[in-house]
Design a protein around this ligand. Structure first.
Ligand SMILES: *Cc1c(COP(=O)(O)O)cnc(C)c1O
Length: 376
């Protein structure tokens, strides 16, 4: 990067939960007042409206709001017919939730390697396939959609189906098609720090399969059909109407929100690309097949822990994803696999602040501080 005017030291928190509210306090309180005055709490019009708007955006037949993406994935697996002992291949670089959803639907999550783009490495899948394998579950990580052509080719060759953990990737596309819409179903998360976040937990399942949609609808609401008759075993995992109203309001700005995130990623890329100590994620326009929405900006870094400390001392918040552990690193998961690429990745990965609350100057300060750490 050519040197520009230095920016003043400042605090750049990784994510500012208070500011996410205070920035738009009046509008948010207006929505709260409106919904509460109407007494519209559970499965009301605001939820139906949000589901319809999300469906139109994604070009998908069904959107079912649920209490969180973890439940959404669990329901999607049940609805897709996962049976006891069925194996599902997923990247070890994902949230425990991806694997837990498979586990609670009766399946066995089988982790494989992460690729250079932080998504599942297609070349590590086939050696993990057994007679019991039924599906591949790509996590569309950091707002990037995996190479779905490569995954579909493997799935077709072995008679597997795909179901996506698209929790981090609302708006991300591969060859023009949205994350979440490739396989039998996908799930999105509206956890507060997700790109489309609400003031609490929230999620949605999306699918083009009528039978899967019907089953997920029953699972989220006590097995009750449209007439209130219990026709199936069900649970309670509904997206609150109030949160749906807030999400629907925020969603109007979604293209601008994604645009800003991509602009910040482009600044990081331009400012850090020449550092040999780092491995950057793919730049926003580096591959025309991919449209990434940058839920996270996850770099690889030499002397990662020292860099993290240095940034903290200089007021900059960073995060190591999943508390620094891949799925197969948690003893409780009892996953007996050897994944050396992922093991190495987890000694080097670090996420820099990227959200709509930070300014270009904040980004410049982060870049300058990283460069200072490496003496450049
Ligand atoms: C956030 C997240 C989840 C879980 O979403 P919740 O809504 O918190 O249940 C699952 N998978 C990935 C990749 C996530 O980032």
């Amino acid at each position: 990067m050519t040197a520009t005017a230095p920016v003043a030291p400042r605090s750049v928190p990784y994510f500012n939960y208070q500011k996410a509210f205070t920035e738009r306090e009046d509008e948010l309180m207006g929505i709260v007042r409106d919904v509460l005055r109407r007494g519209a709490f559970i499965m009301q019009k605001d939820l139906a409206d949000f589901e319809a708007h999300l469906a139109a955006y994604l070009g998908v037949k069904h959107v079912i709001g649920v209490a969180n993406a973890t439940d959404g994935l669990h329901f999607a697996w049940r609805a897709a017919g996962l049976k006891a002992g069925d194996e599902v291949i997923l990247s070890s670089h994902t949230m425990a939730a991806t694997a837990a959803a498979i586990h609670f639907a009766g399946g066995v999550p089988v982790p494989v390697e992460v690729g250079p783009d932080r998504c599942i490495d297609p070349s590590s899948i086939e050696r993990a396939i057994t007679k019991k394998t039924v599906a591949i579950c790509p996590t569309q990580l950091n707002g990037r959609t995996a190479d779905m052509d490569a995954l579909q080719t493997i799935a077709d060759r072995h008679g597997l189906f795909i179901l996506e953990d698209s929790a981090q990737a609302l708006g991300s596309t591969f060859k023009g098609r949205y994350a979440g819409t490739f396989g039998k179903a996908g799930a999105f998360s509206f956890y507060p720090a997700k790109i489309l976040g609400c003031p609490g937990d929230g999620g949605a399942v999306v699918t083009n399969d009528d039978a899967v949609a019907e089953k997920v609808r029953l699972l989220r609401d006590h097995g009750r059909d449209a007439h209130g008759d219990v026709v199936e075993w069900g649970l309670n995992s509904r997206l609150d109407n109030l949160f749906a109203a807030i999400l629907d309001w925020q969603f109007k700005d979604y293209p601008a929100i994604i645009g800003r995130r991509r602009a910040i990623a482009a600044l990081y890329d331009a400012g850090l690309r020449d550092l040999p100590e780092l491995g950057l994620p793919p730049a926003p326009d580096s591959d025309p097949r991919h449209f990434d929405v940058f839920q996270n900006y996850e770099i690889e870094a030499d002397r990662r822990d020292e860099l993290k400390d240095f940034l903290r001392q200089n007021g900059i918040g960073t995060l190591i994803q999943w508390g620094g552990k891949a799925l197969h690193h948690f003893p409780a998961h009892k996953m007996q696999v050897s994944l050396p690429v992922t093991d190495r990745f987890f000694t080097r990965c670090l996420m820099l602040p990227l959200n709509t609350m930070i300014s270009d100057d904040d980004v410049a300060y982060v870049i300058a501080t990283v460069r200072r750490f490496y003496g450049r």
